[in-house]
Ligand binder design. Structure first.
Ligand code: C2E
Ligand code: MG
Ligand code: MG
Ligand code: MG
Length: 286
């Protein structure tokens, strides 16, 4: 206990606190200029339809090249972007760039893919999400039905009429809504009744041990069945090996993502991966 150990310890503790705050502020200052300095990169992870083994779409995941901060991952910088409000501008940038990229791919001969974009609660509440989505679609030419917005349960805890309005207007626009990281938050099943999600994403913490833990299989099975009874497409995240894939396939999970297929890739690497994957499909078929 710091107080019992005297003043020195206590001040040491405070120093620790303030340097963490300093780091956060430093990160915030860097984030403020990251778009203008062209430090963000978008990576794309394939989403695979399990029964046919075909590529269906991608999830876009943000990367930040900032050597001074040692290239922090999204688990470090997204929270800072959210707390500072910068996520609204950053999120708009991600949405616009990713829509353009997916259209560019189909113009270059790749089949049309669906695009999943992570959306923070702050963006949802800021009020111009609907406008941003409309703009990103019309500017890029991406069909609304190709776009899927991923949100987490955290947003729904507030459950205001404003959120419900935005939700139904997005649905009217024709974009898909996806409940990300399902099972990790304060999941209230009543959300599924009030918010007509198109897709349910099983968090990778469940998927990760279905190859070794019978209880995780039971839980995953229940989530898939529940998703289907609400007419939702079910996606499993974090599929890393064939055994996990086989179990998910037996339980009729619709889609999978994970290192078994590919980690998130830069745009040109993704194109190369997609070509290799399609060729592999053909040769397996013969
Ligand atoms: P998420 O939306 O749940 O994304 C899935 C995360 O799982 C990604 O981490 C992905 O790289 C990782 N992953 C995929 N397959 C596997 C696997 O087989 N094994 C393991 N161990 N991990 C796998 P990433 O890219 O570090 O992103 C972390 C989180 O940061 C995302 O979780 C998302 O919540 C957030 N994030 C990323 N990009 C954005 C963005 O553009 N906007 C917002 N608001 N959040 C973002
Ligand atoms: Mg996601
Ligand atoms: Mg997410
Ligand atoms: Mg997730």
């Amino acid at each position: 206990n710091a107080k019992e150990n005297g003043g020195d310890r206590f001040s040491f503790y405070e120093e620790g606190m303030s340097s963490e705050t300093e780091l956060r502020l430093e990160m915030e200052n860097h984030l403020r200029h990251a778009i203008a300095r062209d430090e963000f990169r978008l990576h794309y992870q394939p989403v695979i339809h399990l029964e046919s083994n075909t590529l269906r779409g991608v999830e876009v995941l943000l990367r930040w090249e900032n050597a001074a901060l040692n290239n922090p991952g999204p688990d470090q910088f997204i929270a800072v972007a959210e707390n500072s409000g910068l996520i609204v501008d950053i999120g708009r940038w991600v949405l616009e760039q990713a829509c353009k990229q997916v259209v560019a791919w189909s113009n270059a001969g790749l089949k049309p893919l669906s695009l999943a974009v992570n959306i923070s609660a702050k963006q949802f509440i800021s009020g111009d999400l609907l406008e941003n989505v409309r703009y990103a679609l019309s500017q890029s030419g991406l069909a609304a039905s190709q776009l899927e917005l991923e949100i987490t349960e955290g947003l729904l805890i507030n459950d205001t009429s404003e959120i419900r309005d935005t939700f139904s207007q997005l649905k009217k626009l024709g974009v898909n809504l996806s409940l990300d990281d399902f099972g990790t938050g304060y999941a209230s099943l009543s959300y599924l009744k009030r918010y007509p999600f198109d897709t349910l994403k099983i968090d990778r913490s469940f998927v990760h041990d279905i190859d070794s833990c019978e209880e995780s299989v039971t839980l995953t099975n229940a989530i898939i069945a529940m998703g289907h009874s609400f007419n939702m497409t079910v996606i499993a995240e974090g599929v890393e090996n064939l055994k996990q894939r086989r179990i998910l396939r037996e339980r009729h999970c619709d889609m999978v993502q994970g290192f078994l297929y590919s980690p998130p890739l830069q745009a040109d690497q993704f194109v190369a991966w997609a070509k290799r994957y399609a060729e592999m499909q053909i040769s397996q078929h013969i």
